[in-house]
Design a protein around this ligand. Structure first.
Ligand SMILES: [Zn+2]
Length: 301
């Protein structure tokens, strides 16, 4: 096992400022190689951060597309150029290579502290299992969503998003900052233990697997006509069954969930997803049994 450098990215979205502050604080206290593991800290989207907005031309966290063609065609988009710069420098084959990327985000939804995984990469399972075991964090496994791809961590062989909320955009919240600090401190410890066979994976991992996203109710002009129902607001990760309320429109009509399957919603009312026409995403709970392969895959980093 040769993991030496972990890339800690904050400010991938320029208006998510708590992780940037947490890194600033952490960096000044912990700015050294410890236990053979070094952190590299970067602000994902520095220009958007300066301007206090999510992005300049396009969502940076959807700009890490693998195809060269795609990059060639979209050269004038700041975030596409920025994604290339980051991979060229900090990618596993870059000039300053990092083997693992941890991307720190906040959400306006009441998600608490959670882990977001993209797809089912064995190395990611290994790291996610450790963090879930240590902190009991819920995991949102994002997969099979054609409308959403090109996530930052997918450009590294191993990587997770830490998503903490609820907090407003551009608003400093000391509690949220504290939670990021705890996660950053633990990451190094956990990876060190993993590296030295001092850890046993939990037997199983509970994940919430992405199914689909739903939009707000809309009127004939396409404008939003319905807000999240009072019984649904802030109820992220809480089960929804047939007949449960989702939205209430301007006429007072309640829009209910009419599916037969039980679902667990996440990102309820996330402000940044309005432009993506997402009012919330539906997930299904799945139990995944830990495998030795996960540790072996991690060892090969
Ligand atoms: Zn974000």
């Amino acid at each position: 096992m040769t993991v030496q450098r972990i890339l800690i990215v904050s400010g991938t979205h320029g208006n998510e400022i708590n992780p940037i502050w947490a890194v600033k604080q952490f960096n000044s206290e912990e700015n050294s190689v410890k236990q053979g593991i070094e952190y590299e800290y970067i602000i994902g989207n520095p220009i958007a951060y300066e301007k206090g907005c999510r992005y300049i031309d396009a969502d940076l966290n959807r700009s890490f597309n693998e195809s060269k063609n795609y990059h060639q065609q979209n050269k004038s988009i700041y975030e596409i150029t920025r994604a290339n710069v980051l991979v060229d420098q900090f990618g596993v084959n870059g000039s300053d290579p990092c083997q693992i990327a941890i991307d720190l985000h906040t959400t306006t939804a009441n998600m608490g502290t959670s882990i977001v995984m993209y797809g089912r990469r064995l190395k990611d399972f290994c790291l996610a299992a450790l963090l879930q075991n240590k902190f009991g964090l819920p995991i949102y496994l994002h997969e099979k969503d054609e409308a959403q791809k090109g996530f930052l961590v997918e450009a590294w062989p191993c990587g997770l998003v830490i998503e903490i909320g609820s907090v407003a955009q551009n608003f400093y919240d000391p509690e949220i900052i504290k939670r990021f600090l705890i996660i950053m401190t633990s990451l190094r410890e956990e990876i060190y233990k993993l590296k030295n066979n001092l850890i046993e994976l939990p037997k199983e991992l509970i994940v919430h697997v992405h199914q689909r996203s739903i939009d707000y109710p809309r009127d004939e002009n396409g404008d939003i006509d319905g807000i999240i129902h009072p019984k649904r607001i802030n109820q992220d990760w809480k089960i929804i069954k047939k007949g449960d309320p989702l939205f209430i429109d301007s006429k007072g009509i309640i829009h209910k969930y009419d599916g037969d399957e039980l679902i667990w919603p996440v990102f309820i009312g996330e402000v940044a997803y309005k432009e993506k026409k997402i009012a919330m995403s539906y997930t299904k709970k799945e139990v995944i049994y830990s495998k030795n392969e996960w540790v072996q895959a991690f060892d090969s980093l």
